[in-house]
Design a protein around this ligand. Sequence first.
Ligand SMILES: Cc1cc2nc3c(=O)[nH]c(=O)nc-3n(C[C@H](O)[C@H](O)[C@H](O)COP(=O)(O)OP(=O)(O)OC[C@H]3O[C@@H](n4cnc5c(N)ncnc54)[C@H](O)[C@@H]3O)c2cc1C
Length: 1001
Amino acid sequence: MDSLALDKKISDRGKEFFASISGEAPSIFNKGWWTGKVMDWSMKNENFKVQLFRFVDVLPYLNTSDSLTRHIDEYFAGDDQDVPKVLKMGAGVMGTGLGGKLAAGILAKAIRSNIEGMAKQFIIGENTPDAMKNLKKIRKDGFAFTVDILGEASVSEIESEAYLREYMELLDALKKEHASWGGLGGKDLDWGHAPKVNISVKPTALFSQASPKDFEGSVQGIEKRLAAILRKVKEMGGFMRIDMEQYKFKDITLEVYRRLRSSEEFRDYPHLGIVLQAYLKDTDQDLADLLAWARAEKLPISVRLVKGAYWDSETVIAKQNGWDIPVWTIKAESDAAYERQARLILENHDICHFGCASHNIRTIAAVMETAKALNVPDERYEFQVLYGMAEPVRKGLLNVAKRVRLYAPYGDLLPGMAYLVRRLLENTANESFLRQSFAEEAEVERLMENPVLTAEREKAQRAPKAESQAKGLARFENEPFADFTQEAVRQAFAEAVAEVRAQLGKEYPLIIGGQEVRTSDTLPSVNPANPNEIIGTICQASTKEIDLAIEAAKKAALAWKALSPEDRASYLLKAAEVARKEIFTLSAWQTLEVGKQFDQAQADVAEAIDFLEYYAREMIRLGKPQRMGRAPGEMSRLMYQPKGIAAVIAPWNFPLAISCGMSAAAIVAGNPVLYKPAGPSSVVGFTLSEIFRKAGLPAGVFNYVPGRGSVMGDYLVEHPDVAIIAFTGSMEVGHRIIGKASVVHPGQKQIKKVIAELGGKNAIIIDDDADLDEAIREVLHSAFAFQGQKCSACSRVIVVEPIYAKFIERLVEGAKSLAIGPAEDPTYFMGPVVDDKAQQNVLKYIDIAKNEGKILLANPVAAIGYYVPLTIVEGITPEHRIAQEEVFGPVLSVMKVKNFDQAIEWANSTRYSLTGAVFSRSPKHLEKAREQFNVGNLYLNRGSTGALVERHPFGGFNMSGIGSKAGGPDYLLQFMDPRLVCENTMRRGFAPIEEDDDWII
Ligand SMILES: Cc1cc2nc3c(=O)[nH]c(=O)nc-3n(C[C@H](O)[C@H](O)[C@H](O)COP(=O)(O)OP(=O)(O)OC[C@H]3O[C@@H](n4cnc5c(N)ncnc54)[C@H](O)[C@@H]3O)c2cc1C
């Protein structure tokens, strides 16, 4: 049949479908009920919708009447506004004259019960007996089911095991029941061919450590538990479908499916299906590959095709990380992809069974008509809809298609609320077919339009207008993070480690004035996971070499300073290009030399690139003299000039990023640099020198002078020719530098400028309404990623009492699930600390923690390598040393507080003020944190690490350092002296007229 004729049939079929259900609306849009009214109001009022959905999300945590009423007030009542009328419906307080606390209490209760009622509408039951009763009812109404257990995020293996157990219990219950059910359509199987028992499983909930970085480990972790479920499903002749979740798990899930389907044990069992999401740009290829695989293996498969449930988050996450957006961005493109892919599946019906999952009548009609045109037998396709949604659609479907399956989630309301929020978003999205059909009653003709045409029209409307070529540099954008969903990226890391390993053990000279300088004093740098592996041997500068380097810098200074800001910036941009090309190798050096995991090593190099790109643009901005004032007859201009030679003394924890940031700032501002890397990361330091060499930076502008602090550290700081000291490191060394730099030495012409970024004792506050799934994941990451060796790392978690027990139990289990081992193996979350000194220091603090509090967890560690136990200690109060002193390792103190005010007070109780974070869903508490949590970088509802250039300029105050924020708009100013030149332009009563002189009339 030609496509025009088919399209006409689809459209006619759709219109017929609409006519058959005319006058009916899904209950969620039924304005006779509370839910329908609230939905109607939220579709008219975006702000209310956001507040409502956020409130629904937090509701399961509001366990006391006080916190419930407080949140209702905070979410819905502004200063000048009462709780919207629509929410009060059914509360029995409108017009009763009840006032004050009593009315508020009744109102709160009614709102809770209305929202819980709304959630229950989408859920088959909160416990097994209820679920069984409702499943029976569904079947009596003529629908088949697929049941899924609510619960998506597992933060620990114990939770994943519990999720597995719940499935086993569900299957036990189904086993007891299903024998007594007759098949739909009268035979033993449903419709004569389909198993009666049908379950859907979210794969990642079965393995808490699933991560695209560890592809193989994730596949195995999920497969093991899914196999256990499938075994039981097989025993009762049931069907199991693996749901599809976020894009980052897509390839892992497909691989799990292939392995399970083709395994010895299940090859002969055809009732295992997978889900594909039409909104993903990858799906055309994935589907073709899957079909080809099924044919090659001679294994029948089953695909449920959906559009996809995570459109908003996929778009936001991709944009935040600088990745290509994986989903179609025009709704009709997803619809068109669906029809295209459905056709391909139906064409291959001999090998692929089809589950058409959609509530969109155009989509459904397309599947029906295409199946008819292709003569697809009934038993090779079925229709699926979500329980509680689109009731008229499912009824209409049952009338015409007969084979309709309801996707029926069951379980606790707590994860149920997250599911409810997804359903509400789906129903109320502007693009939603259901909203347009039933809430807005769009014209049927338009709703039935071929999506290919709709998409073309929208694309034409969105096509960018021809823009004039923008001048100058493009706007700054952060370097994208590595996307580990891409096999090529995972492969590149493994290859880079092998490439770097082949180069280990070399001797590294100093680089002074562009020349290699070797010294007899050398220091080895070793792999902290295996100290026998020498990364390199580094020549160490003595005071003699520092003098040489100062001379070289002085020689380069004049010409360098004389270059225009644009010319100096161009070297940074070239350096960024070099680093970008070598990003995998540069990361691999860090993985081996300091034990940084791939993702974080890549993030470090990406940050180095960001500093180069950002400071280049900043210098161009600051390089333009600014006109000050507007007085006629006078030209007053402010401009900046370099201060002089800079000593950059860098840490090992961000071995490239911080070294590069401090050096690039000094250089682009016109100051030559003497760079002293930290001992444990001297080879990475050398890679920075190579980056600048390859970028063609003139000799002497950047001098690589590693050396022992005890031999040349003070000498460098005190040298009369050093004008700036940019230091990042510990508070003790920082204080020493500031002290030494304040003394004026003979021959010294200027007061030294010290920029010092020091330590932190960063706290994360967990409020009683915090989203624990997120909070736990973020606390674990902030405290233990890169072994807690970031200045921004979380070392205190302050938890309010009502949520304490629940939080701590899950946190400790989560931490127990983190594997510890070499950073080069992506199986491991945590690696060794940087060297033996760090190891001894952390062990010392673990002893202090043991004395001061109660150790909740101290993971055992390998004997070889500088490993320390991941440690969590509770019972800590502000007086304890472990609550005050920076450890710089994976030691987390847990502090229990009575309420949020005390949490803020304790968070502010150290000398440091670097980073902090708060997990709370109370707008008032977040506001309080904004005002009172006194740190340089405060993060709300996210972890305390991971600052990004420009987006989160980084740095603290008090004992956390002096100087302005790295990666921010004030940073370069610290490397320059401002000069003002004011010229009297009036000669003999005559002043040039300036165009922007606003005094001229
Ligand atoms: C039985 C069943 C099982 C399901 N299982 C899964 C699953 O395992 N995994 C999963 O991810 N989803 C799953 N879903 C799908 C999902 O939850 C939605 O129900 C589905 O996407 C809605 O599509 P629709 O055709 O009913 O509605 P429509 O209103 O036609 O389509 C809405 C969908 O279009 C897409 N979309 C929205 N805006 C845009 C845009 N601007 N550009 C491009 N595309 C856009 C989104 O996918 C959105 O959900 C399942 C659905 C059903 C019925």
